[in-house]
Design a protein around this ligand. Structure first.
Ligand SMILES: Cc1ncc(COP(=O)(O)O)c(C=O)c1O
Length: 395
């Protein structure tokens, strides 16, 4: 049987594709430090787990398609707590992770054959979802040398065609750890206004900004461009609940939100029990989330300090999220595989994500790796020591 040609366009995740090699390494008795996947090791807040344990409804029914009432209320409370008093329930859709919010947003703003601009490198989920809807992602090129910040307005403007429907960006960023400053966000807002585009911000790492940076959000501009702005969000990283598969989309565009709700009806509901448990999120204080941010900042220092001293490595100090991109003197795909198949230091090795899969442009990122610092400091120090040895040992 002939499967669809578009099925072939969905790429494998560069984050997960080395897993079989890691399994072999482990079967050989090697310890593998996982720096390849953004699966936080931080504990889920006990107030959320307590509510999960207290769940008593029998049978476990569907929730509303827009979201379970308690969770919607908690989410409105969360946004208002950030100062966005204008947010009400009609502007929030609960989704199955930020991933589904992304899927719904892309489908909602673009026709088949349309283009969406996205700063590159970008989160691999974008490249998996765009082909489902026959949407082309057009890269806005960024460089490790400028800390993956935006190029001049003209570079972006030159990429806009009559098929461009939106700009999608992520800040704080996965995979680069870059946080766009106010000027950069305002540049994108201006382009959306002047060139009649949707502007979609992926803010799943919103709180994780380092070194006293201001926590910025596209929500600051939502009332200026109420029809064009869509914010994607997730509980996965903020509350360390990636297994809940809960996220949300926020927009003031009522037509878009009504359409998104119809899409949500098509998949009935997000997981009821997880939503009930997550409705305790407003009992997690801002200080608790900032404490997690501080943990990531310390780890960022460990990674940056260790790698910036290694010969041949290029690294900029990440500004947020929990990722760093390092430029290497080696070909990254081969190096990452070799780390698992051939290298060990005292029977220990590290697993990284090679960067080419985070680029749509062929030939880019060939000498870059992404490091997700989701290990506690002593393990991370050891992992960096192993990595430094591996970089000098690889031929
Ligand atoms: C930038 C970004 N957006 C969206 C997601 C999707 O996360 P989830 O579906 O777990 O909410 C991730 C997950 O790693 C991410 O890094």
């Amino acid at each position: 049987m002939q499967v669809s040609s578009r099925l072939g366009q969905v790429p494998a995740s560069p984050i997960r594709k080395l897993v079989p090699l890691a399994q072999v390494a482990k079967a050989q008795g090697k310890q593998v430090y996982h720096l390849n996947i953004g699966d936080p090791d931080i504990q889920t807040p006990y107030v959320i787990l307590d509510r999960l344990r207290a769940y008593e409804q029998n049978p476990v029914g569907y929730a509303h398609s827009q979201g379970e009432a308690g969770l919607l209320e908690a989410l409105v409370g969360y946004y208002r707590g950030l100062g966005y008093d204008f947010i009400d329930k009609s502007m929030v859709q609960v989704t199955q992770g930020g991933s589904e919010a992304l899927m719904m947003a892309l489908f909602a703003v673009a026709e088949a054959g349309d283009e969406i601009l996205v700063p590159e490198p970008f989160f691999t989920g974008y490249a998996s979802i765009a082909p489902l809807f026959d949407i082309t992602l057009v890269p806005i090129p960024l460089s490790i040398d400028t800390g993956f910040h935006l190029p001049d307005q003209q570079v972006i403007e030159d990429l806009i065609t009559e098929r461009t429907k939106a700009i999608l960006y992520c800040s704080p960023n996965n995979p680069t750890g870059t946080v766009f400053d106010r000027q950069e966000i305002e540049l994108l807002v201006r382009l959306a206004r002047e060139r009649n585009l949707f502007l979609i911000a992926d803010e799943v790492y919103r709180e994780f900004v380092f070194d006293g940076r201001e926590q910025l959000s596209l929500l600051d501009y939502m009332r200026d461009l109420p029809d064009r702005i869509v914010v994607l969000d997730s509980l996965s990283k903020r509350y360390s609940v990636p297994g809940f598969r809960l996220g949300m989309m926020v927009s003031m565009n009522q037509e878009l939100m009504a359409g998104v709700l119809r899409m949500a009806m098509g998949r009935l509901s997000a997981a009821t029990v997880d939503q009930v448990a997550a409705s305790a999120l407003n009992r997690v204080g801002k200080e608790e989330i900032w404490a997690v941010r501080d943990i990531y900042q310390k780890r960022r220092d460990v990674v940056f300090d260790a790698l910036s001293g290694v010969d041949g490595v290029t690294i900029q100090r990440p500004e947020g999220a929990f990722y760093a991109v390092a430029g290497l003197p080696h070909e990254a795909e081969a190096f990452c595989a070799w780390l698992l198949t051939d290298f060990h230091d005292n029977n220990e090795t590290v697993m990284l994500a090679p960067m080419p899969g985070f680029y749509a442009t062929p030939g880019k990122g060939t000498h870059e790796v992404r490091i997700a610092y989701v290990l506690e400091v002593p393990k991370l120090q050891r992992a960096m020591e192993i990595l430094a040895k591996a970089i000098s040992a690889f031929t």
